[in-house]
Design a protein around this ligand. Structure first.
Ligand code: ADP
Ligand code: MG
Length: 697
């Protein structure tokens, strides 16, 4: 149960004064619908209103606060022209500019001959200065009404900063004093405030520096979130360790048979990874290992070999893929190999219905199916294994922790291998995977040619389309990726459909009908598979796709990829996409089409894409560039999403949080001591409720 003290924080922001249904909706989109969401909606910067420069030396665009005498009103000479008020201050002359301001209001606030203090953005105009619509105008007695330092928040259309400030300040008032969960010596050493004080300070910066993630308050809040994350991961992990694993140790009979059948030798890091996996399986502890390797680095064969060891001791193994297409691809890769060594491989997906499904379930239950490939359908309770010993989860970040756990309940002391093609920067592995053991495949299989990456402005789309036609004539298969850009899937889909249409027409003009296909996320499973299938082995040579192709699909003949609006993708995602080509022995080209002008961050991203194909390097760079503008697909990138942690500014605290969480749980595994209790509150505060359930039993 969530502690009572936290109840006010999880109340709906709709019960704040001034929040009606319309504003509630805006707040929900902006940061979330509860008080706690407003509390964790932190300033991005702060306006300094101490600035009162001499106007001879002022800089246009800065915020200034000036005492002025109102000289003369100059009403607008025409409808389109503004209303001007000439003013004089000790620092020089300036005029105030208003559009559509009621005359009465202007006269009242800016009486001719009166003195006022105003604050607003100073702009150069002709050879003088102006401020349009000052943020503040007060009499000299009321100067205190102008905040000297004013926090700036991310906003949303329809909501003013003033409104948001009011709601946040109301919310902050409801932040209770909480028992301290941070180790007292750490707290002293860092000179961090209490949680309540930190919340207050984060929203009331006293200098612009206070509004950055490096401020003491923000570091504390960031640390809280990191600690909560580490505690949660540790709890899950400890719980899993408690249940003993089983010893899976074989004479490598099946492994050797498969090796003899493979047309290649394993790379050095594949060998090392497999060795690490086998060592884990042979130990009586449960395996909890992650296999990281770039797209195309050859994780699948490692998965197969891993599973065969379970089969060899007479048990079953399952591999779970995030999509139907991928599950099918695994089936294709494994079914024949399995058959040739007498191992029965079976695919179970949500699409198996009726009698066929019954038969498959029976084969899983009686053990005649030895390797089971599946999608989410494998979680379902009706699926009973005879004796499941090993589970491999492919592209793991698509699955949540609780799904992973649901699966682990399917077998006793199950060994688990999770595979991901998202290289996670070393510094962050811990946040995402806690203490998960990690194997890395660092090189690509031999014989692959590097992908040539070029960039072109979107305005050259026509030429690119023609180049694509020529490439197809020479036998290439081409991916054409359209990004998801709006909130509206309809509009996104329309963009992809449009591109599909133009390309279909362009190809028809060259007498090549039926060469262009389309695949997108709104398609039903069977439709999607059919579209992929005709690209893999049919007539379709150009596949227009939204980002559904991102995950794992292997089409070695694809050698060209066009990515439209490359500037809208994050680095990790661009890298994932590009990994779809360069999988065969042919020379591949990736064309990044961008819409200019490019911001600094997009420019750097694209430059890095041209510079390297090393996923681990790209992941590090991605991390550095994150926060620098809206990035699509952050969710898919596999990086954790934080509320208050600033990944770049708070990385150093991660190790501390990690060690602290571990120590706390070692001393107080049930979190029952006073500090343990406080830590429970922390877990609830960051909604790690699932982790708390592991404490309860
Ligand atoms: P991913 O890591 O993205 O899942 P895959 O397992 O799909 O990569 O491997 C991509 C391709 O590389 C497959 O066609 C696979 O057969 C091949 N492959 C895997 N390992 C090797 C190797 N050591 N040498 C040559 N080819 C390999
Ligand atoms: Mg794969």
């Amino acid at each position: 149960m969530r502690p009572d003290k936290l109840t006010p924080l999880f109340a709906d922001s709709a019960n704040l004064k001034g929040v009606g249904p319309r504003v509630a909706k805006l707040l929900e989109n902006l940061c979330g619908s509860r008080i706690v969401d407003l509390i964790f909606h932190l300033p991005t910067s702060a306006i300094d209103r101490y600035n009162a420069p001499d106007l001879n030396e002022a800089i246009s665009g800065t915020i200034v606060t000036l005492t002025i005498t109102i000289v003369k009103h100059r009403p607008a000479p025409s409808k389109k022209a503004p209303y001007r008020i000439d003013c004089q201050s000790d620092q020089g002359f300036l005029s105030l500019v208003f559009f559509h301001a009621p005359r009465d209001w202007l006269n009242k606030n800016y009486p001719e001959g009166g003195t006022r203090v105003i604050s607003g953005k100073l702009e150069a105009f002709r050879d003088g200065w102006q401020i349009s619509h000052p943020d503040y105008v007060v009499t000299e007695d009321n100067v205190w009404q102008i905040p000297k330092i004013e926090p700036v928040y991310p906003l949303t259309g329809g909501l003013s900063l003033k409104q948001l400030l009011r709601f946040i300040s109301e919310s902050v008032k409801r932040a209770p004093a909480l028992e301290e969960w941070i180790d007292s010596s750490l707290l002293q050493k860092q000179e961090w405030p209490s949680w309540q004080k930190a919340v207050q300070a984060a929203h009331k910066p006293e200098s612009p520096a206070d509004a950055t993630p490096l401020s003491s308050a923000r570091q504390r809040l960031g640390y809280d979130e990191l600690l909560a994350g580490q505690l949660a991961l540790s709890l899950v992990r400890t719980r899993q360790n408690k249940r003993p694993g089983r010893v899976i140790k074989t004479d490598n009979v099946l492994e050797d048979k498969i090796r003899a059948l493979l047309p290649f030798h394993l790379t050095a890091s594949q060998e090392l990874s497999l060795h690490e996996i086998k060592t884990d399986m042979a130990s009586p502890q449960r395996m909890m290992r992650m296999l990281q390797g770039d797209v195309g680095s050859g994780k699948t064969v490692i998965a197969l070999l891993t599973m065969l060891h379970a089969v060899e001791i007479g048990s079953q193994a399952a591999i779970m893929a995030p999509t139907e297409i991928l599950a099918r691809q695994h089936l294709e890769g494994m079914e024949d190999l399995g058959a040739s060594i007498g191992v029965k491989v079976l695919l179970l997906t949500g699409r198996d219905k009726g009698k066929a499904r019954k038969e498959k379930l029976a084969a899983i239950a009686d053990g005649s199916a030895q390797i089971i490939i599946g999608t989410h359908a494998l979680f379902q309770e009706s699926v009973e294994f005879k004796d499941l010993a090993v589970v491999v989860i492919d592209e793991q970040h698509r699955f949540g922790v609780h799904q992973r756990l649901a699966l682990s309940a399917k077998g006793d002391g199950l060994d688990m291998l999770v595979m991901t093609a998202t290289p996670i920067p070393r510094t962050l592995t811990m946040t995402v995977y806690g203490d998960l053991d990690c194997s890395r495949i660092t090189e690509k299989p031999p014989g692959r040619l590097p992908v040539t990456t070029i960039t072109k402005p979107l305005t050259q789309l026509g030429e690119i389309a023609e180049a694509v036609i020529r490439a197809v004539e020479k036998g290439s298969k081409v991916y054409w990726v359209c990004p998801l850009v709006t909130d509206s899937e309809k509009i996104d889909l329309a963009a992809a459909e449009n591109r599909h249409n133009t390309l279909v027409k362009a190809f028809e003009n060259y007498g090549m009908a039926g060469k262009v296909g389309l695949v997108h996320g709104k398609m039903k499973g069977a439709e999607k598979d059919a579209a992929m299938e005709s690209f893999i082995s049919g007539d379709v040579d150009v596949l227009v796709a939204t980002t559904v192709i991102e995950v794992g699909v292997n089409v070695p003949a694809a050698t060209v990829m066009v990515i439209e609006h490359a500037e809208r993708f994050g680095l990790a995602q661009l890298h994932q996409l590009r990994g779809r080509i360069g999988r065969g022995s042919g020379q591949s080209t990736c064309i990044l089409l961008y819409q200019g002008p490019l911001g600094e961050v997009s420019r750097s991203r694209i430059a890095i894409m041209r510079e390297t194909e090393d996923g681990f390097r790209i992941a590090e760079e991605d991390l550095k560039l994150r926060g620098g503008g809206e990035v699509l697909g952050t969710k898919q990138s596999g990086l954790p999403e934080f509320k208050v942690v600033d990944v770049a500014a708070h990385t150093k605290l991660l190790q501390v949080a990690h060690d602290d969480a571990r120590l706390l749980l070692e001393l107080d595994p049930g979190l029952t001591s006073p500090r343990g209790q406080a830590a429970r509150t922390l877990l609830y505060l960051f909604e790690k409720d699932t982790a708390i359930r592991y404490l309860e039993g």
